[in-house]
Design a protein around this ligand. Sequence first.
Ligand SMILES: Nc1ncnc2c1ncn2[C@@H]1O[C@H](COP(=O)(O)OP(=O)(O)OP(=O)(O)O)[C@@H](O)[C@H]1O
Ligand SMILES: [Mg+2]
Length: 247
Amino acid sequence: MKIAVINFSGNVGKTTVARHLLLPRIEGAELIAVESLNADEGQGQALRGRQFGELQEYLQTVDSVVVDIGASNVEDLLGLMHRYRGSHEDFDCFVVPTVSALKQQQDTIATVAELAHLGVPASRLKLVFNMVEDGVEVAQAFDTLLAFIAEKPIAQANTGCRLGTNEIYQRVKGTGADLEALARDETDYKALIVKAQGTADKLALAQKLATRRLASGVVPELDACFVALGLGTGLARTALPVPRQVA
Ligand SMILES: Nc1ncnc2c1ncn2[C@@H]1O[C@H](COP(=O)(O)OP(=O)(O)OP(=O)(O)O)[C@@H](O)[C@H]1O
Ligand SMILES: [Mg+2]
């Protein structure tokens, strides 16, 4: 499974979606960050948009990859995909995270329109509605974008592909932490807090406890969003054994 995470807009959650929604749920996948600067979380390879040739070659050598395309490289990359005809076929799917601010909805429309223009079929072009507040309907918050898709069904817009606003993403940013591992952490922080001597130590432990609670809450939401995306791989971590194909 090879997935590109893309949007002309910055700050819509491309890196968050790549790292926390997709990477942990696609078996054996590695993360490639196409950023102008070094990869922002210190992991994965940093590639420039103009090194697209190398990226394409690399894609031929791996089975599963999530490519996080920094906003500053999207235009470059799409231009190169146009030049290297058919290169979009290297990806099984383009995941387009979006947020509800009007400018971002408009940029998202431009992004899916450009990808469709390159020849990416709607079945491979999927929106993720990010930073949706509790109690808010996706249909309402993203009305501009959804009206466009209703008129031109060039992308999949499943309203189940939604992620709430959650401070966990900010908390773990740059740490390389895996949310499911954090949620599974069985440390008895309360006991440790009682035993800890100084206030600073107690606070540090309290922070870890809070992070675990947030992680426990967000993992089921990420699981549900991933299922709604329908990438067809199942959950890597909880996957039942897949019957082997006999030739
Ligand atoms: N669902 C969410 N809830 C809360 N914060 C979020 C959520 N998604 C993303 N963020 C935060 O918003 C900021 C932007 O997210 P992110 O870095 O994933 O966006 P991006 O599209 O990769 O941006 P860029 O174009 O700069 O690469 C980050 O600080 C991230 O932690
Ligand atoms: Mg990013």
